[in-house]
Design a protein around this ligand. Sequence first.
Ligand SMILES: [Zn+2]
Length: 200
Amino acid sequence: MLKGKKEIALIDSSTLDNMGTLISCFEAIGIKPEEVTLIIHTHGHADHFGCDALFSNAKIAMYENDAKSINAGNEDFACLQFFPGTELPKISFSLKDKQELDLGGMQLEVIYCPGHTNGSICLLLEPNKVLFSGDCLFVDGFGRTDLPSGNAQKLVESLKKLQKTSFKALFPGHGPILLGEEENRVHLKKIIEIVTNTFL
Ligand SMILES: [Zn+2]
């Protein structure tokens, strides 16, 4: 959750099973879910949009390729079969590469990173230099490429693209975070070596 002066934004809403935890977290920080104005999705998988309905006033954004599949009701694309009870959200507007989202006093830059899906993105928070990497890059690896629209070659290119951006903290879509600019530079290099040896 990012609280700017203009928008209260959420990057992905998590899997439906996390609804109770999410409600507790919002209670703990004193923000009502209805106060959230924007949900930005890193990609169109059900374990990332499962709690969207909780945020009844939020606009929902997703990269254009994935947004098209979700708004077309493509349940296979969203992997809905693995997350029973989850409903497809209605995407309010689609995102483009290098788009800047102004939250008020902080900005998110969209970095198009296909591979896990063909509409996957990472988001760079400025001025803090935090990278939200969705299911592209994890501390212990990288996103799978065997789901609909996944592409191993594109994932390798996307990870190499991230080397052009320096960031001080990595917040992936799953698993632990990684702090430190140098730590992240070394980590990304290592992951690219692993992914290259795996796929190419
Ligand atoms: Zn995913």
